[in-house]
Design a protein around this ligand. Structure first.
Ligand SMILES: [Zn+2]
Length: 334
């Protein structure tokens, strides 16, 4: 059983049961109730008197910490059976309802959950709004929440209401989702770590095999006449940097980070008042998508970044993930 290479800070907590008694088949996301760093979280889980821990934690800067190795059971969700089969993740959050999580931490959560699923053979995340489905793992349900097992608001409404969105995005990255509609095509910047580039395909394949065997999610991509060997991709640059460091320590000191956009931005036509690509915006309450579709209510409560504008069509993102294409007239600067 491996741990995530995305981890940039490790402080193993004594609060755990070793080893876990069940295969990993569930993800349980928690809110910290504090906008803290991975180091602070490590200190919280350090004393035995705390009797609490999590497998991973995500700081407010998007870095990822590990406190209990995946082979072990964390003491996180007030339920031994759940924590024996789940990877638990604490995410830095506000201290008050709805316990909001910032964009960096949210983007890192998507990276981490995708990585956990890939390494543990979880082909698809299945979420249900129904507690009985969740705790009984009905219909393949494999996401649970702390409030299922204790009288707590954890993971907070902010994260709770995004579980469907988290499952959809992770499934898209796992290749388990339906191909996205043009309106929701991902256009966020993705960071990859490049280890080598070869004109001979066989040389690239040999390196890919070697790096994969070392535990990195490696692939070969052809650009022009070159076969490039890369690891990734990640929404958060800090996660790519963590991988780059580990590759360097493993002997791949030439590894470097490359950024790419999912879709090239189209030349923009004159848009409404001052809103341009990169603007931080709010969407008018109840405004539909550009093609008239409806959006989840929380979309109207948060600030988005405009990724692309073409005529009146604006693509808005949250945590580098495309949320929707909307009419630019429905946007106001945040
Ligand atoms: Zn919790």
């Amino acid at each position: 059983m491996s741990n995530s290479n995305l981890v940039s800070y490790t402080k193993i907590s004594p609060n755990k049961s070793s080893p876990r008694n069940h295969a990993i088949d569930t993800i349980t996301i928690h809110c910290v109730v504090g906008q803290c760093s991975v180091e602070t979280l490590g200190n919280i889980f350090a004393p035995t008197s705390r009797e609490a821990s999590s497998n991973y934690g995500i700081g407010n800067d998007g870095r990822i910490g590990m406190y209990v190795e995946e082979k072990d059971r964390s003491w996180c969700s007030s339920n031994a059976a759940n924590d024996n089969r789940a990877i638990t993740i604490e995410v830095a959050s506000d201290t008050k309802h709805p316990y909001s999580v910032n964009e960096k931490a949210y983007a890192a959560l998507l990276d981490l959950v995708t990585d956990i699923c890939k390494r543990n053979g979880i082909k698809k995340l299945v979420w249900s709004e129904n507690k009985s489905d969740r705790v009984n793992h009905k219909n393949g349900c494999n996401m649970t929440v702390h409030r299922d097992y204790a009288n707590k608001s954890c993971p907070g409404d902010y994260l709770y209401n995004r579980h469907g969105e988290i499952a959809a995005e992770v499934n898209r990255r796992l290749g388990a989702a339906e191909p996205p509609k043009p309106d929701t095509a991902p256009t966020g910047t993705l960071y990859k770590v490049q280890i080598g580039a070869f004109s001979k395909k066989a040389n690239a394949a040999a390196l890919e095999k070697k790096v994969k065997a070392a535990g990195f999610d490696t692939f070969v991509t052809k650009e022009g006449t070159l076969y490039k060997v890369q690891v990734g991709a990640f929404s958060v640059k800090a996660n790519a940097e963590a991988i780059q460091k580990k590759l360097s320590a493993a002997g791949y000191s030439d590894a470097f980070i490359t950024a790419s956009s999912g879709t090239a931005a189209k030349p923009s036509a004159p848009a409404a008042a001052k809103i341009t690509e990169g603007s931080r915006v709010r969407l008018k309450q109840g405004a539909p998508t550009y093609t008239g579709g409806s959006l989840a209510s929380y979309v109207y409560d948060r600030v988005h970044v405009v990724k692309e504008i073409s005529g009146k069509r604006a693509v808005i993102t949250f945590g580098n993930i495309v949320v929707a294409a909307v009419n630019v007239d429905d946007l106001t600067l945040a």
